[in-house]
Design a protein around this ligand. Sequence first.
Ligand code: AMP
Ligand code: GLY
Length: 430
Amino acid sequence: MTETVLLVGGGGREHAIARALAESEASLYACAGNRNPGIAAIAEGFETLDTTNPTAVASYAERVDATLAVVGPEGPLAAGVADALDDAGVYAFGPREEQARIETDKAFQRRFMREHDVPGCPDFETFEDVDAACEYIDEYDGDLAVKPAGLTGGKGVRVTGDQVTKEEAKAYLRESDYDRVVLEERLVGEEFTGQAFVANGDLRVTPAVQDHKRAYEGDEGPNTGGMGSYSDSGLALPFMTEEDYREAVDVLKATVEALDGYKGVLYGQFMLTADGVKVVEFNARFGDPEAMNTLPVLNTDFLDVLVAARDGEDLPELSFAPKATVCKYAVPEGYPTDPEAGAKVEITEENAGDALLFYASVDERDDGIYTTTSRAFAVVGIADSITEAEEIAEDALSVAGEEGLDVRHDIGKPDLVQKRIDHVADLRGE
Ligand code: AMP
Ligand code: GLY
């Protein structure tokens, strides 16, 4: 049977999912709030709709006779889009609203870890009252991460001793109107991402990736959705051992066991600290940009994973090309605080050289493609080493030009990769 897959979402991550399915025996349809020209070129149908409206998504799925769906972003998952698709008889590879709380409710997530003894949980408290939270900050002996419990696109967290002082953290809480916050021990170390496909109690892991959340080179500036990322030719990253990665995988396994009937991608944001691997957060979906590192090197047919998940079978063992990847996002100048939209995007899949091009948030007009106020497009280099992959990504960016765009050129460069290695060696007292 030829499958008909509905892809929900229109960012770089979803362009990577679309491309992973393009070679499969599947008809692809997509829906998103914005028209992604890369996905539209691959899909047989592309509908612009509000993807946080479960009824709208489920009726489009029924209209195109979808036999499967993949939900990319967290917004639709939080709104119950996977539930609506499942209930309409279209298996959604993505958790139902209740299980997506592992991402969408950080207070739930920490309590869940504590209750089920999931390893790697930092010291934390949850608050519904700003005064009580401020008092806790004053009394806590050490630095803290201040985290709104709900979704903030990765931009809501403030860390004392890093981005803000304790006074600024309290002012932030008082100015914002978050109804619930988590205050937790500040974790110090190197962050990395571990993503796994999950269904039917099975879990299949993918290579570790490191994202770069800070907007500016040298890890300066405000947090963003992610400016770029790299992976190495094996499962681990250069600053960690295979054993460190196994520790992270054990956390994912313990989480899947405790989450009854989870399906979709489980994403762990980890911190490799002096005391081992700790959990910064979980996401209920692929990372963006991390999906652009992972899916292009996946040799196993992604459709086979989806079909096995739907049919209640064991997930296939995954095989990955032994290649390193470097992904760099081009964002509008001034992003994320003061982004200037409207720059013409000159790069195309044809002139991107050896790099892969993934569109994210762009505006397709009659005379070309233009930037919006969000991340515009990403280029991904794939090669035997991180250094070579980085050079491929940079070659593509030179075609794109600098006009109206910001890029973190330091991502994947030998200096920054070495800095991470030195940081971990330092933490471990080596
Ligand atoms: P999140 O929205 O949970 O991904 O947090 C965004 C970023 O804040 C993370 O990628 C970390 O860099 C930082 N962060 C979150 N929690 C902590 C923590 N407990 N300690 C140190 N940094 C943190
Ligand atoms: N790259 C971070 C995220 O997808 O949340």
